[in-house]
Design a protein around this ligand. Structure first.
Ligand code: VGL
Ligand code: ZN
Length: 197
């Protein structure tokens, strides 16, 4: 069985949002069209408590997009975004959420960020998505959404490492591209065995 996984198509990652990705809204019609043919549809939603530790505002002297060291490793500091229950955390209004059979919320632990739909940024704390997919007999995944070089990348690499047959539709993703992060992400996904189309 095959599933379409739609990563973080939320207002804060679209133009006008707190962590806007260039053309983030442009992928919405194509994603909706893909849902029509999908066997199963799963959405992810970046979902941080106010004052989350990935926000630069919580680190004195730090600006958004600077790095810090967390107990689990290096972490990019972001503008406040996708705060639980806020307009920015809501899905883009044009995204068809009716087909979603599962919505995975991630990044809700105050002290740890979660780019991947499978594991938090310690690469150890599971979100539960792996078990959900396996118990439903889903073995093949197509991923689309935001941002190519962060949440899509981490989700796709983890999926491939877990043994899922994983494809990323790069035409239905858009990137933040911070210091060459898109190139590094592309190379990392290919190395992990992800199919990029
Ligand atoms: C994301 C940065 C912070 C993403 C989420 O969805 O790619 N990026 N939180
Ligand atoms: Zn986030």
């Amino acid at each position: 069985m095959h599933a379409l996984i739609v990563i973080d198509v939320q207002n804060d990652f679209c133009p006008g949002g707190a962590l806007a990705v260039d053309e983030g809204d442009r992928i919405v019609p194509g994603i909706n069209a893909l849902m029509d043919e999908a066997e199963a549809v799963i959405l992810t939603q970046d979902w941080h408590p106010a004052g989350h530790s990935s926000f630069a505002s919580q680190h004195e002297g730090k600006a958004p997009l600077e790095m810090t060291e967390m107990p689990y490793g290096p972490q990019v500091l972001w503008p406040d975004h996708c705060v639980q229950g806020s307009h920015g955390a809501a899905f883009h209004a044009a995204l068809n959420t009716d087909r979603a059979e599962m919505i995975v919320r991630k990044g809700f632990r105050p002290g740890i960020d979660s780019y991947s739909a499978f594991f938090e940024n310690d690469h150890a704390t599971p979100t539960g998505l792996e078990g959900y997919l396996r118990t439903r007999g889903i073995e093949r995944l197509t991923m689309v959404g935001l941002a190519t070089d962060f949440c899509v990348n981490f989700s796709a690499v983890d999926a491939a490492k877990l043994g899922f047959d994983t494809t990323v539709r790069t035409d239905l993703c858009r990137a933040i591209d911070l210091d060459g992060s898109l190139k590094a992400a592309t190379e990392g996904m290919i190395q992990a065995g992800v199919t990029l189309v």
